[in-house]
Design a protein around this ligand. Structure first.
Ligand SMILES: NC(=O)c1ccc[n+]([C@@H]2O[C@H](COP(=O)([O-])OP(=O)(O)OC[C@H]3O[C@@H](n4cnc5c(N)ncnc54)[C@H](O)[C@@H]3O)[C@@H](O)[C@H]2O)c1
Length: 362
């Protein structure tokens, strides 16, 4: 039985990936290694752990002794590295944690992977892979046209994307220098279940339900290429099982939307699922339309204007295609949040009140 380690598996994409593995890799044992920062929550894995196939270990990827113990104990065939500090606004306020986890943590995993892989024999050594999950934000910002390909030069603009870029360079170097069998993926913005409510889509859904303002940064015309999280999970599994060591794959849904369009779509979806006219929080304010809650707020410092991904390589070479359109993905997402308000309340409890983060203090 193969053991698959998922670092950061209690976070948004990591927990979705654990559920993906449970249904698509039915004979493997899954080990989640997660520090449980504010963004990680064991509650998101409850049903997965109940299957008996998922083992949870609380630990820090930047702690070399803990990482060594993880490899020694579980002898993984595959490592998926999702663990990261992931919120741009938080990286503006406190970049240290981003350097520690995203750069130092990835370094410790690579060091231990190399040591462990060198000790493997035969088939186990040939099959071992380290997949590093990264972002399109490493490429910087685009003008009105064009898209990021795998050969676009890196130009990160936030402490978050700079630390992800640093980690990506280390991953590449461990292949070029030591021959470590790594695969690197750079994906666009994800949305779907289990996303911590500091990120645009869950934040807007929860604020709308409570009749609170929907804060849109700047003019609302920043463009992102949105992908439903399950489609990202499939791309990662394909990259791991069919991709070649040393390769990188860009992953994106070809769903370019301005932030205003995203908020407009989710307001329409909410209106269908729970009409504002029946929501006491909106009625109290005399509103019959969630869209009326939109307010424009001061822009994020260094806010990238546009991201777009050219995913033709992973489509062509690995046969990956996204299955969700933006509308079907958003419909599923809005329904999920409406059905999991208790999860939303509990993950925020005591550590986050949906306040504005990432404004420079004078
Ligand atoms: N969310 C997106 O739209 C998106 C898009 C492309 C790539 N990515 C990348 O995918 C990965 C997962 O993103 P996410 O949105 O699920 O993030 P997330 O913030 O929801 O989850 C991160 C997880 O990592 C854990 N973690 C943080 N520091 C750790 C450490 N030192 N050791 C062990 N665990 C630690 C947290 O507890 C949490 O469970 C990240 O590497 C991110 O850069 C995210």
């Amino acid at each position: 039985m193969k053991t698959i380690v998922v670092t950061g598996g209690a976070g948004f994409i990591g927990s979705n990936f654990v559920y993906y593995l449970l249904s698509h890799s039915t004979s493997s044992r899954i080990v989640v290694f997660d520090k449980l920062t504010y963004a990680g929550n064991q509650r998101s894995l409850q049903e997965a752990i109940e299957t008996g196939r998922v083992h949870f270990v609380q630990g820090d990827i930047a702690d070399s002794r803990q990482v060594h113990a993880l490899y020694h104990r579980f002898k993984p065939a595959y490592i998926f590295n999702f663990a990261a500090e992931s919120h741009v606004d938080r990286s503006i306020e406190g970049p240290e944690a981003f350097v520690r986890t995203n750069v130092e943590g990835t370094f410790q995993l690579l060091q231990e992977s190399r040591r462990y892989w060198m000790g493997l024999k035969g088939r186990a050594r040939v099959d071992f892979r380290f997949l590093h999950v990264s972002t399109d934000e490493v490429y910087g910002s685009l003008g009105k046209t064009g898209s990021f390909s795998e050969t676009t030069p890196y130009a990160p603009n936030s402490p978050y994307s700079a630390t992800k870029a640093g980690a990506d360079h280390l991953v590449r170097a461990y292949h070029e220098t030591y021959g470590l069998p790594v695969v690197l993926t750079n994906c666009s913005n994800n949305y779907g279940p289990y996303q911590f409510p500091e990120k645009l889509i869950p934040l807007m859904i929860l604020n709308a339900l409570e009749g609170k303002p929907l804060p849109v940064y700047g003019d609302g015309k920043n463009v992102r290429d949105w992908l439903y999280v399950e489609d990202h999970c499939e791309a990662l599994w394909k990259a791991m099982t069919k991709g070649s060591p040393g390769e990188r794959y860009n992953v994106g849904g070809s769903n370019e939307k301005t932030n205003l369009e995203v908020v407009g779509t989710l307001c329409r979806q909410l209106q269908r699922a729970y009409p504002a006219g029946q929501n006491p929080a909106l009625l109290e304010k005399g509103l019959k339309d969630y869209g009326k809650l939109v307010v424009f707020v001061k822009d994020r410092p260094g806010h990238d204007r546009r991201y777009a991904i050219d995913a033709s390589k992973i489509r062509r070479e690995l046969g990956w295609i996204p299955h969700h359109s933006f509308d079907t993905g958003m419909e599923a997402t809005v329904k999920w949040y409406l059905g999991h308000l208790d999860w939303c309340r509990r993950v925020q409890e005591g550590n986050y009140g949906r306040q504005r983060l990432g404004l420079l203090k004078k």
